[in-house]
Design a protein around this ligand. Structure first.
Ligand code: NAD
Length: 410
């Protein structure tokens, strides 16, 4: 990715608390870039419209100019957008992802010391979720019970595909779950390359292939083929991996991962989704990169976010690693209940900005923000979402929290 010293970064302010968190987040990122590179490098922010603000000014929730700006400048960032009701638009986020074919939803999950966590060893959490963003039951192919298409689809299944009609009463709704080889392979390839580049020890393929053999099972098989043939990696089934852990103990499982890490090799294993939801709580250290499909990824992202302080500080990005297009985004919604009150935590957008700096290759600036946030949390200075869970913590407003991060950049 060629990055000029002064890249233009299109940004969508977003609805609701988007207005509260965008300015403070940009201040933090600008301060970190200045700290790391002086006058040499600078982010040139360019506001593009979407959501309520766009509708008021242009009569369109997602103007073409906004899409064009992201296409022209490749890398951008966005606040949360309210999903318009009854306008025939499923979601602006989905529209953005589909237009730019942003097939990876990347969510890194790391814990900051001091932040309340429901798990026993939060300091062991360093997980990176690669969620497939374009396929699966989220593709939007659904037929409502009782309408014509649903009836036709039911007839097709019964008459053409030989499915027993007892399985589908007339009152059935249907959803289609497309999982393609190309879609699966490009997602897992991105996950494995990320693990190799960052020297992370393992990739866990999370699926429900025991039940959905030709969709989730195929995802697993294609992922294993890729790992073995293209990357020449060692693969374990979950049972094999668990056996090492059971028979030789956790230390040996750790050792296997450490060995892999030393050799710059990544272990690829799989885990059934329901088991993974337990696994990630009990043995988070056994899973560093997680590659999975859309629906699993959605559930897993929120569970893992809750393990390290919630959506207020969980960053995310939607990326097409082939074209380079990337939109970094706060993972939470517009939080209308606290908009304009100074209660919003800008952490999610700030950390998404940190991911953006890393994507641009500006690691020193990213580290400044990250280290400063560690200091601020360690001093127990937090916004209201975390304050209520932390006895004796100091309550800061959205803007004060951003200022505190800037003050702690050393
Ligand atoms: P939400 O994330 O807006 O709010 C859920 C809860 O979390 C609320 O109590 C809210 O106050 C709190 N919260 C969220 N972000 C916070 C932050 N940064 N700091 C402190 N507290 C925070 O979810 P919702 O209420 O289900 O959705 C509201 C709107 O946002 C809907 O229109 C939805 O479609 C949209 N949405 C957008 C995105 C996106 O743009 N990526 C994501 C999710 C929801």
């Amino acid at each position: 990715l060629f990055v000029p010293d002064q890249p233009v970064i299109p940004f969508i302010e977003g609805d609701g608390i988007g207005k509260d968190i965008t300015g403070p987040s940009q201040r933090v990122l600008d301060a970190a870039v200045a700290k790391a590179y002086g006058d040499e490098k600078r982010l040139i922010w360019k506001e593009v419209l979407a959501g309520e603000k766009a509708y008021k000014e242009t009569g369109n929730y997602l103007p073409q100019e906004t899409l064009d700006a992201f296409k022209e400048h490749l890398v951008g960032i966005k606040g949360p957008l309210q999903t318009p009701v009854g306008e025939g638009i499923r979601s602006l986020n989905v529209a953005l992802r589909q237009t730019l074919d942003l097939y990876v939803c990347l969510r890194p999950v790391r814990w900051f010391k001091g932040v309340p966590s429901p798990i026993r060893y939060p300091s062991m959490v360093d997980m990176h979720i690669f969620r497939e963003n374009t396929e699966d039951i989220y593709a939007g192919i659904e037929y409502m019970a009782g309408n014509d298409k649903s009836k036709k689809f039911r007839d097709f299944l019964i008459n053409e595909m030989g499915v027993d009609k007892i399985r589908f009463p007339e009152s059935s709704s249907f959803g289609v779950k497309p999982i393609s080889k190309d879609g699966s392979v490009r997602l897992t390839k991105a996950a494995i390359e990320y693990a190799i580049l960052r020297k992370l020890p393992s990739v866990t393929i999370v699926h429900k292939g025991n039940i959905m053999k030709f969709t989730e099972g195929a995802f697993k098989n294609w992922s294993y083929d890729l790992a073995e043939t293209e990357f020449k990696l060692q693969t374990f089934t979950w049972r094999q991996y668990e056996k090492i852990r059971e028979e030789k103990g956790q230390l040996d499982a750790d050792k296997a991962l450490d060995e892999a890490k030393k050799d710059g090799k990544v272990i690829v294993k799989d885990c059934i989704t329901d088991a993974f939801l337990q696994e990630s709580l009990l043995h988070p250290w056994d899973h560093s990169v997680i590659a999975t499909m859309n629906l699993n990824g959605d559930y897993i992202s929120d569970q893992l976010a809750a393990m390290v302080g919630g959506i207020g500080i969980s960053p995310g990005a939607n990326i097409n690693y082939q074209s380079g297009y990337a939109i970094f985004e706060a993972t939470h919604g517009t939080a209308p209940n606290i908009a304009g009150t100074g209660k919003a935590n800008p952490g999610s957008l700030i950390l998404s900005g940190v991911m953006m700096l890393e994507y641009l290759g500006w690691d020193e600036a990213a580290e400044h923000v990250y280290d400063a946030m560690e200091h601020v949390f360690a001093k127990r200075k937090v916004t209201s979402d975390l304050h209520s869970q932390m006895e004796g913590a100091t309550l800061l407003t959205t803007s004060e929290f951003a200022d505190e991060i800037i003050k702690n950049m050393h």
